[in-house]
Design a protein around this ligand. Structure first.
Ligand code: ATP
Length: 272
């Protein structure tokens, strides 16, 4: 049983009781099973903050495994984005560690983490607005030296509207389409794990549902997806694993289903 799954932060009030959890949770979008050596990507007991500033994260543990969708939810300012940034190497992690496929990457730069297989889509400024859709995808593949066209075709298959608009400036697209460009751009590196910071920010409920469908499709290919979401209820519905963060610490951890059914989570974070 992995500590990460039950959340090791000492304030964690996991709905999944220590030792009692099962590793076949929720929707289970992919066929892959969790590796015996621990989750594919894990930030374990991360404590840290920005620069020399105060700690924002307090022994925060976040993990995602192959074929899974893991979501981070919680109130505004809880440290959700900060948790993602810590995993991606954009934060000073003062204690705790980050491991990718069993390798300790705590000291690697974001650039080196990309080379190791991390795909990260930040919350804002995640596309080049004056460039065409296709140029954005090409930019995404900048670290590759092999033929990128098959990957581009896969992205166009996943997001057909992008193929239609491939010569259009990305800045002219709708909010939901821009998010598709951002996700597509990250997929162009052929990442081993995909991290999305609020992929549905500012889009309509219908577009949100569509984006979630595409994200499920991505996860079904076996690619682990970790995302921060404001739309907690909808995100937990598609989550194999959910983390509720409060004040930079794990407050509740469980399968999406478990969290949705937990009276305290419902009361405090899902509007009853
Ligand atoms: N670049 C930064 N430098 C210093 N402090 C920051 C920085 N970014 C965020 N913070 C602080 O870290 C805390 C957590 O912010 P964070 O953006 O991680 O929360 P969040 O849960 O993602 O919130 P939201 O849902 O509003 O996006 C806040 O107190 C915020 O002011």
């Amino acid at each position: 049983m992995s500590d990460a799954y039950s959340g090791r932060g000492n304030k964690d009030r996991s709905v999944t009781k220590e030792g009692g959890a099962t590793m076949t949770p929720g929707p289970q979008h992919g066929k892959a099973r969790p590796a015996p050596g621990g989750p594919f990507l894990i930030g374990e007991s991360m404590t840290g903050g920005y620069g020399n500033g105060p700690d924002i994260l307090h022994e925060c543990t976040i993990a995602v495994d192959k074929g899974e969708i893991a979501v981070i939810v919680g109130p505004n300012g809880a440290g959700k984005s900060t948790g993602m940034k810590a995993l991606f190497g954009m934060l000073n992690v003062r204690s705790g560690s980050v491991r990718l496929d069993g390798e300790d990457i705590t000291d690697l730069s974001p650039q080196d983490r990309v080379k190791k297989g991390m795909g990260f889509v930040p919350q804002t400024h995640n596309i080049f607005t004056s460039m065409s859709v296709e140029e954005n995808l090409e930019m995404g593949a900048f670290i590759r030296t092999d033929d990128i066209r098959p990957t581009m075709e896969q992205v166009y298959e996943l997001f057909p509207i992008l193929k239609e608009k491939r010569y259009q400036a990305a800045g002219e697209l709708s909010g939901g389409q821009r998010q598709q460009v951002a996700v597509g751009r990250a997929l162009m590196t052929q990442p081993k794990v995909l991290m999305l910071d609020e992929p549905t920010a500012g889009v309509s409920p219908i577009v949100m549902d569509e984006l979630f469908d595409r994200i499920i499709e991505v996860a079904r290919t076996g690619l682990p997806v970790l995302m921060v979401e404001q739309n907690a209820r909808q995100a937990l519905e598609i989550a194999d694993k959910g983390y509720v963060l409060v004040q930079g610490a794990n407050a509740h951890t469980g399968t999406g289903k478990e969290l949705l059914a937990d009276p305290e989570v419902r009361q405090s974070f899902l509007g009853g």
